[in-house]
Ligand binder design. Structure first.
Ligand code: CO
Length: 303
C-alpha cells in the first residue's frame, strides 16, 4: 500500500460525520410532491457550503428503484404520494470518501420492511470485527429478512472503501454466499443491507445519470475528447452526474453531453451506473453506514 493510500482516521471521521449530517438534512426534505432534483441539489449544496466535495452524486431512489437515481438537469419528477425513498449520500475531502444511506417511508405501509433493514444493519455492525467472515454477516441479514417475510437483495451488498475508490476490495453480501473472506483490522467498509417484498434481485434500468472515469483510451470525436478533459479536471476518478456537467457548462440541452458520454462509455473511458430496479418491481428499503474494522468491534464513522 502506498503511503498516500493510508488512512488518517480523524479525516475519515470528519467526512463520515459530514455525510451523516447531510443525510439527515436530506431526510427532512423528502416530502410528497418535493422535486427530486431539489432534494439532491440541496444536499449537495449543504456539503459544498461546509467545504466538502461529493463522493458521488446524491442518490434519490424511489420505490422499486434500489439505487443510482440522481436527477438529470431540469428534472421535473417529484416524490410520489406514499413513496418509499432511499437517500444515499457521501461527502468527499481529497480522496476520503463517505457513504451512508437511509430509507424514508411516506406511506406508513412499509415500516416493517424498513425496520427489518435497519435491524440487519445494526446486527451487522455488532458483528463487525477483525477475523469475521463476510458470509456470516450476510447470513444474519438473510435470516432477518426471511423471518420478517422479505427477501434480501442478493446482487447488492456492502463494500470496502479505499481512498480514491468507493467500492474496493471486500464485498459484504446480504445473504450467505459462502464467501469466508475475513474482515481485517484497520479496513474501512460500508455495510448496506437492501430488502424487498419482491424477488431479491435488481437489474439495470434504462435511466443512466451517474458515470465515473475508468481509463484514458484514445477518443475519436473532438467533443467527446473535450468532455473527457472536463471530467478529468472536475471529477477526477470520482462518480459524477450528467446534470453536473450540463450545469457547469451552462448548456440548454443535454443531447451532446449524452452522446459524448455514450462514446466515452463505449470506449471504456468511463463506466456507467444505470438505475438499479427490483426485478419484480418490489418495494426496496436500504440502510447503510460506514465503519472502521477494529480488533474486537468497529467504529461507525457516518454518525
Ligand atoms: Co455504499
Amino acid at each position: 500500500m502506498e503511503e498516500t493510500d493510508e488512512y488518517d482516521y480523524s479525516v475519515l471521521k470528519e467526512i463520515g460525520k459530514a455525510s451523516y449530517d447531510a443525510l439527515n438534512y436530506g431526510k427532512g426534505l423528502v416530502k410528497e410532491g418535493a422535486r427530486l432534483i431539489d432534494i439532491a441539489e440541496s444536499v449537495e449544496e449543504y456539503l459544498k457550503e461546509k467545504g466538502f466535495e461529493m463522493a458521488f452524486p446524491v442518490n434519490v431512489s424511489v420505490n422499486e428503484q434500489a439505487a443510482h437515481y440522481t436527477s438529470p438537469f431540469g428534472d421535473t419528477s417529484v416524490v410520489p404520494k406514499g413513496a418509499v425513498v432511499k437517500l444515499d449520500v457521501g461527502a468527499r475531502k481529497g480522496t476520503y470518501l463517505g457513504d451512508c444511506a437511509v430509507t424514508i417511508d411516506l406511506s406508513g405501509k412499509y415500516s416493517k420492511l424498513i425496520e427489518a433493514t435497519e435491524k440487519a444493519l445494526e446486527n451487522a455492525i455488532s458483528m463487525v470485527k477483525a477475523g469475521r467472515a463476510v458470509n456470516e454477516i450476510g447470513r444474519e441479514t438473510e435470516n432477518i429478512a426471511k423471518s420478517c417475510g422479505f427477501e434480501p437483495i442478493r446482487n447488492l451488498g456492502g463494500h470496502g472503501v479505499e481512498r480514491h475508490n468507493l467500492h474496493a476490495g471486500v464485498f459484504i453480501p446480504n445473504f450467505d454466499n459462502g464467501d469466508t473472506t475475513e474482515l481485517e483490522e484497520g479496513q474501512v467498509i460500508a455495510i448496506e443491507p437492501f430488502m424487498t417484498n419482491g424477488s431479491g434481485y435488481v437489474g439495470d434500468g434504462e435511466t443512466i445519470e451517474i458515470f465515473q472515469k475508468t481509463g484514458s483510451p484514445s477518443i475519436r470525436s473532438s467533443y467527446a475528447r473535450e468532455i473527457a478533459a472536463f471530467i478529468d479536471e472536475h471529477y477526477l476518478t470520482f462518480p459524477f452526474a450528467t446534470r453536473w456537467i450540463q450545469k457547469e457548462l451552462k448548456l440548454e440541452s443535454d443531447f451532446n453531453i449524452r452522446r459524448a458520454l455514450t462514446e466515452l462509455a463505449y470506449a471504456d473511458a468511463i463506466e456507467s451506473f444505470p438505475v438499479l430496479v427490483e426485478k419484480k418491481k418490489g418495494m426496496v428499503a436500504q440502510a447503510e453506514k460506514e465503519m472502521i474494522v477494529e480488533k474486537d468491534s468497529c467504529t461507525v464513522v457516518t454518525r
